[in-house]
Design a binder for this molecule. Structure first.
Ligand code: AFP
Length: 412
């Protein structure tokens, strides 16, 4: 057999490598004999490749930012603002706790059964009734109960509440089933789970609230809740989305707090939020376009035709809190206009339009019905609805001009 020089060379290399590996592995044995610690360990310095051990993923170890907690922020604010703010401090801290509880419930919506009896930490039904009396509880009922308990049971600051989930307002005595909860100089309005139909598709949802002063020395009636939005002393929302963020105002600026998933506390991530004076996003449910009034149709057409100075972008989640948070951070306009079938639109003045209007105005934006300031609307009943346009001042002003122009044209 005739071997070429190349074949001889390859054979030589392979033989040397094998001899080397045998030599090295013998060497390993002798090392193991001499180092007792290595005796029972598998030490291979050279061999044919073994199956690879599972790759260990490097665990990202984020460094925590040095941020103020919500509790600390409220403490400082109440010290700066005086006694009225210390009342609000207690209530807003309670809202932070309620948002944390609702956040957990939203995260568990797909894996846990929320259609059974809802119980609190103490194992008692959340609405305080006898467990035998409980029928079925839906997720929004559970979240409503959490908000009721935080507002009424957490302090003696709130005297009565009105929830989007309930037909009428309720005194805190009624909510807690105890006359000891009669005191309190404030009333609260809230929507515990706004956009709840988003939950099934794991899309964002939110909680919205507003707080008003109650006339001193009287017990709250429905009239107490029928105050203009401009009378609100605090408002806010909690968005349950990629992150959970609580945004609030006490009447001088807007601040945002992100829930730290490791520590389970809200941290002051967004100090003094300012909405851009104009923005490219418009957030309307355009499926109803043919049902919108002429000014709104013309406005939307003008946006898409590019007659506005900037290029626009459509975004619509279908949960006011998610859509509005996007507008607050990036600028633009959110709109839920009246339709020909529902001239007042869908959004509720007390639970949605007013609190969001206050937030937007406090961040430097505008809140309009198309024909005037939302916060100036006199409520006539607690579940009243209003056409709602919220966002950057320039965008909302532009929309209002369309209303003005077309209503003048109608009157000609
Ligand atoms: P729900 O709280 O009943 O789900 O309604 C949410 C909401 O009032 C508001 O969050 C949305 O912006 C709006 O409805 C969406 O309504 P459309 O589906 O009619 O666009």
């Amino acid at each position: 057999m005739h071997l070429s020089t190349a074949s001889v060379l390859i054979l030589l290399i392979r033989t040397t490598a094998y001899a080397f590996s045998v030599g090295v592995n013998r060497n390993v044995q002798s090392i193991q004999e001499r180092i007792p610690k290595l005796k029972n360990r598998r030490v291979v310095l050279y061999s044919t490749p073994d199956p690879q051990p599972p790759v260990k993923l490097a665990r990202a170890k984020p460094r925590k930012k040095n941020l103020k907690t919500l509790a600390r922020y409220l403490e400082v604010e109440s010290w700066k603002r005086g006694p009225e703010a210390s009342d609000l401090e207690v209530v807003l801290r309670g809202i932070g706790e309620a948002c944390k509880q609702i956040n957990l419930i939203v995260q568990r919506a797909q894996t846990d059964d929320f259609y059974g009896d809802a119980v609190g930490d103490d194992g008692m039904p959340l609405d305080g009734t006898n467990i035998q009396g409980e029928v079925q509880q839906k997720l929004d009922v559970v979240c409503n109960a959490i908000m009721l308990k935080q507002f009424c049971g957490n302090s003696n600051v709130i005297a009565a509440v009105a929830s989007e989930e309930e037909d009428t307002h309720r005194t805190c005595c009624d909510v807690m089933g105890d006359s000891a909860f009669a005191a309190g100089d404030y009333v609260a309005v809230f929507d515990p789970i706004d956009g709840s139909k988003n939950i099934d598709a794991s899309l964002p949802v939110g909680t919205i609230f507003g707080i008003y002063k109650s006339p001193p020395g009287t017990s709250p009636t429905e009239q107490t809740f029928l105050q203009k939005g401009s009378e609100m002393v605090a408002a806010g929302y909690c968005l349950y989305s990629a992150t959970t963020i609580l945004v609030l105002t006490m009447g001088s600026g807007v601040d945002g707090f992100t829930l730290d998933p490791d520590k389970g506390i809200f941290l002051h991530t967004h100090p003094d939020i300012r909405i851009p004076s104009s923005g490219a996003i418009y957030s309307f449910n355009e499926a109803y376009f043919h049902d919108f009034s002429t000014p709104v149709q013309q406005y939307l057409n003008s946006l898409k035709a590019g007659s506005s100075s900037k290029r626009v972008n459509a975004r619509y989640i279908g949960a006011l809190v998610g859509d509005l948070h996007n507008i607050l951070i990036n600028g633009g306009i959110y709109g839920y206009p009246g339709t020909r079938t529902n001239p007042s639109g869908k959004l509720r003045l007390l639970y949605e339009s007013n609190p969001m209007g206050m937030i937007i105005e406090q961040a430097g934006g505008a809140a309009s019905t198309g024909c005037g300031r939302i916060l100036d609307v006199q409520p006539t009943e607690i579940h009243m609805r209003v056409p709602t346009f919220l966002g950057s001042t320039e965008n909302v002003f532009e929309l209002d001009q369309f209303h003005k122009y077309y209503s003048e044209e109608d009157n000609v």
